[in-house]
Design a protein around this ligand. Structure first.
Ligand code: PA5
Length: 427
């Protein structure tokens, strides 16, 4: 279960504001669950949880077992919603350092246009058993398309069975990746047409890389199924409250939301959350600017601004109850470093006090604080958490009266870039 405590934010709102928002939030929630809101043709991410396809999960699990046996490196090629969810879950649920059980190294490409990265990557892959999963719904996104052309050429030169080592994940029918199937026997998984990239982590887009990392995708998927059922049936639940409170603060002039974690393993969850909220809400010159920070690291950097800069920030802490930090500070008779006051205290406890102290200081500094807590870093908890955020952004998007499921703004840079690159038809 996810717990959501917003009590420390209410002091920043006028009395009765939350009550007054409730009917509007319920309406936004109904538009989502009844499929009557803007962009409702893109609600496949909910439909696939409400009617789970166990055969597909089983098929992905089987392929993942084979890849785990045969690969040294599993390379995911994709950008935005085509890789952020998988990376978020893999980083959160696998050990910080590789172990004998780790299986293939999971690497990412096509996430930018760095030629230096691709050159180094190709050199690094030499001599290794490599499987490639290229993930692109449109099949036309330049970053993964370039990376895949280079990698495809390298795979064909390196492996006799290159076609068996390449998996494409794309639209059922459209796009350049489907065209390649005319001449190649790649295995194909489908991104359903009614699921947008940033909502696709529960499709093969996320499930295959996550399974290859050795994570129990059934438990992950069914965690999201449970959360979907729970949050869809109740008219007032943490996910709606989160969406509603964010909107209330936005309406009161706050313009930035910080998502703060105290565990490096959650950095990539922060990147996934940034994309989900930024791409869903940043429209019509509106929306909270989402910034993910890792504490206590960033308390020695942007923490200064959060405490004392322009007062337009709300802060959501994302905590893990059982964070695995059961290592303690030992006694040292000399106490030259002055740390004996911490003897016997586990790092989990010290980190928790860092959160409590930070929250208190930020509230005193004028920052409304909300706290989300998941019980542990397990596949089930992560499935629930990712659904929580997806439901929440749909509610807050509808409260903003925008379509949370499109991303028209992403096209603007592409148009200019393609013109400059001389792409046929770009003018
Ligand atoms: O959320 C989205 O829709 C985007 O971030 C896309 O995932 C991203 O632009 C990649 O698109 P594609 O999968 O078509 O290559």
């Amino acid at each position: 279960m996810i717990s959501f405590d917003y009590s420390q934010s209410l002091g920043f709102l006028p009395k009765g504001a939350q009550e007054a928002m409730r009917p509007r939030a319920r309406k936004a929630h109904s538009s989502l669950v009844e499929g009557t809101g803007q962009g409702s043709e893109f609600l496949g991410w909910r439909e696939l949880l409400l009617s789970p396809d166990d055969a597909l999960i089983g098929d992905i699990e089987q392929l993942a077992v084979r890849i785990r046996e045969e690969a040294d490196v599993f390379l995911s090629i994709g950008i935005g919603g085509s890789y952020l969810g998988a990376r978020a879950v893999i980083d959160a649920l696998t050990p910080y350092f590789r172990t004998e059980e780790s299986g293939p190294e999971i690497l990412f490409a096509g996430t930018d246009m760095s030629g230096a990265y691709l050159k180094d990557l190709l050199a690094y892959l030499e001599g290794k058993s490599v499987f490639v999963n290229v993930i692109s719904k449109s099949g036309t996104t330049l970053e993964p398309a370039i990376a895949f052309r280079l990698l495809r050429e390298w795979m064909e030169r390196t492996f006799d069975d290159a076609d068996d080592r390449i998996i494409i994940t794309t639209d059922p029918h459209k796009g350049a990746l489907n065209a390649l199937l005319d001449t190649h026997s790649y295995r194909k998984y489908v991104i359903p047409s009614n699921v947008g990239g940033r909502f696709s982590v529960m499709t093969p887009v996320g499930l295959l890389p996550i399974a290859v990392a050795g994570i129990d995708i059934r438990s992950f998927f069914y965690g999201a199924v449970d959360a979907c059922r729970e949050y869809s049936s109740a008219e007032d639940n943490p996910s709606i409250q989160y969406g509603a409170l964010r909107s209330l603060f936005l309406e009161r002039g706050f313009s930035t939301e910080v998502l703060a974690t105290f565990e490096p393993a959650l950095d990539a969850i922060g990147s996934w959350w940034q994309q989900l909220y930024g791409e869903s809400e940043g429209k019509s010159h509106n929306g909270l600017f989402p910034v993910s920070l890792r504490y206590s690291t960033d308390l020695h950097s942007l923490g200064q601004y959060v405490q004392d800069g322009k007062r337009n920030i709300i802060e959501t802490f994302l905590l893990v109850k059982d964070d695995g930090g059961d290592i303690s500070v030992d006694n040292d008779e000399s106490n030259l470093d002055g740390l004996n006051y911490l003897v016997g205290k586990p790092l989990t406890h010290i980190n928790r006090k860092a959160y409590e102290g930070t929250a208190r200081a930020h509230i005193e500094g004028g920052v409304p604080v909300m706290t989300l807590e998941i019980p542990d870093l397990s596949a089930d908890s992560l499935g629930r958490l990712l659904y929580f955020f997806q439901h929440g952004v749909s509610v807050s998007g509808y409260l903003l009266r925008i379509n949370p499921f499109d991303q028209p703004g992403v096209e603007a840079y592409k148009k200019e870039m393609f013109r400059l690159l001389g792409k046929p038809g770009a003018d």
